[in-house]
Design a protein around this ligand. Structure first.
Ligand code: XMP
Length: 511
């Protein structure tokens, strides 16, 4: 059910549909305790089998006062496991243990002033502090043996506690609550939960697990050039060494120098056995005359799979397939069962009928944790901090037909975008930044000559998760440096535009 081994102290976050459930787990992990999100429907017996060190009840959109509102198995309160309720979770504790929850006054949304009274959880914190609220109902009387430890103008019970069970009406997990992280850490300490989880433990634990799973078998891993498959491969290599073979299908559609960097990192520096399938010509010939975006994706995806199968078929007795599936891929799949193959992985996604047993050493980690593991395994910065990149690569950043010449032009322009952002120290703030080559030409003048060339469109966005995005406010002088370098250095481009569309209504990629 959970992805964790039982000897790691774990905090389970019971999910009531909170917008912030993932964030709670991340904050607990930042406090060096492993945390996972689980369904609020777990029974006391299931909880006992998992044996968590603590339980957090998340917020949620429902009212505990309505018929059929989600609850937890009341026997969980008797297990003696430390509990913290947040927002809806706090109200649920109050309701299930005999307090009252009412629609009191006006509700509170956003930054709110809170006055701390007494109690252990908020001990040592400023008597008056700002907290982030988002509630309509609130606890009006606490259950027997509980004390009120803080209140606000519109919430008589903003925090309450008894031996081992705590509730806070506000959101300690969001950055708008300045003492929030401190509160979560205090709860962990009061609950005597050992704060020792870190990336070194993760590596050790996963190495042992991989050795156990693979034994003396052979494993293969498709490298896409992205962070996830790179870190997964490095981790598996640490565990089973030469029993791992990586396959890198070079589509010719990667960003400038990135294909070479994959070879350099894995084959030369890490000494990983690597099959390099040089397939640019095949991809270009299949893409000839194809202009429709989804048709391009299909062609690229299918050829990729065929080449991967051909290459991996030659690896004797490979029984295990290494995948860079991450924790959000699992939670977002909406069930306890991981998506068997990550569709954004390895171009089009590998087909379900491949008869491999999956090795997924990153399935309990968030992206930033994967980057830390990669760093600790000695992968270079350029790979560890690589931006998300679409599987079909530059194929969907060239509008219209994809040709080797256009790829070469785009790679140069795209490199300048990256280079200037890095020089300006803006690369880490930006989610994705790249150049797009549209299928139009315009007139210009260079020296005394008339030109008729392609424009290039710069796209740079900020985002948390690619679901929504905003165009990055790149300073004019950085844009100017990009523009003049692209026009001077990249033959064929005579005009530069900057895309100022957010997502929605735009998408991040142009195709
Ligand atoms: P859009 O363009 O839909 O992109 O806003 C959201 C995120 O997904 C990436 N993307 C892809 N990744 N195969 C992939 O592996 C694809 O076909 C694909 N299309 C878009 C995009 O780069 C962004 O991070």
């Amino acid at each position: 059910m959970t992805t964790v081994s039982t000897d790691t102290p774990t905090v389970l976050v019971f999910d009531f549909g909170a917008q912030y459930a993932q964030l709670i787990a991340r904050r607990i992990r930042e406090a060096n305790v492993y945390s996972e999100i689980v369904s609020h429907k777990l029974t006391a017996q299931q909880v006992q089998e998992i044996g968590p060190a603590g339980i957090i009840l998340s917020g949620g959109p429902k009212s505990v006062r309505v018929e059929g509102a989600p609850i937890i198995d009341p026997n969980i309160y008797d297990l003696g496991i430390p509990i913290l309720g947040i927002c809806y979770g706090a109200q649920l504790i109050a309701k299930q243990l005999g307090g009252t929850v009412s629609q009191f006054d006006a509700g509170e949304y956003g930054r709110t002033n809170m006055v701390v009274a007494e109690g252990q959880l908020l001990e040592g914190q400023p008597e008056e502090q700002s907290v982030w609220m988002s509630h309509f109902d609130c606890v009006t009387t606490v259950p027997d043996n509980f004390t009120v430890s803080a209140s606000t103008e519109h919430a008589p019970v903003a925090a309450f506690e008894s031996e081992g069970i705590f509730g806070v009406q506000y959101h300690p997990e969001v950055s708008h609550t300045p003492h929030g992280q401190h509160t979560l850490e205090r709860w962990l300490d009061l609950s005597r939960i050992k704060r020792s989880w870190n990336m070194t433990n993760v590596i050790e634990e996963q190495v042992a697990k991989i050795k156990d799973q693979v034994g003396s078998g052979r494993a293969i891993c498709g490298l896409s050039g992205g962070v996830d498959s790179a870190v997964a491969a490095a981790l598996v290599h640490k565990a089973i060494g030469s029993q791992l073979t990586c396959v890198f299908v070079d589509t010719g559609l990667m960003r400038k120098d990135e294909g070479e960097q994959v070879i350099e990192t894995f084959k030369r520096s890490q000494g990983i056995e690597l099959i390099h399938v040089r397939a640019a010509d095949e991809f270009f010939s299949k893409l000839e005359g194809i202009t429709e975006p989804e048709a391009k994706r299909k062609v690229i995806g299918e050829l990729f799979i065929r080449l991967f199968e051909k290459a991996s078929g030659g690896i004797e007795e490979a029984k295990f397939l290494v995948q860079g599936t991450l924790y959000p891929d699992i939670i977002e799949s909406g069930s306890e069962h991981a998506a068997t193959i990550k569709s954004h992985h390895n171009v089009g996604g590998l087909p379900d009928d491949m008869e491999f047993e999956l090795v997924e050493p990153l399935r309990s980690l968030f992206k930033d944790e994967v980057r830390s593991v990669g760093k600790e395994l000695g992968l270079p910065e350029e790979i560890v901090h690589r931006q998300p990149f679409p599987g079909p690569g530059l194929g969907v950043r060239i509008i219209g037909e994809v040709t080797p010449d256009k790829v070469a032009v785009l790679q140069e322009a795209d490199f300048i975008v990256r280079d200037e952002l890095e020089k300006a120290g803006l690369d880490r703030e930006i989610w994705q930044s790249f150049a797009v080559l549209p299928d139009i030409r315009s007139v210009g003048v260079m020296g005394d000559e008339r030109t008729y060339g392609y424009p290039c469109i710069i796209r740079a966005v900020t985002s948390e998760d690619a679901m929504t995005a905003d165009w990055a406010r790149i300073p004019y002088d950085v844009l100017e440096a990009m523009s003049s370098r692209i026009i001077n250095e990249v033959a064929g481009i005579n005009r530069v535009a900057y895309d100022i569309t957010s997502k929605p209504p735009g998408t991040i990629e142009w195709e």
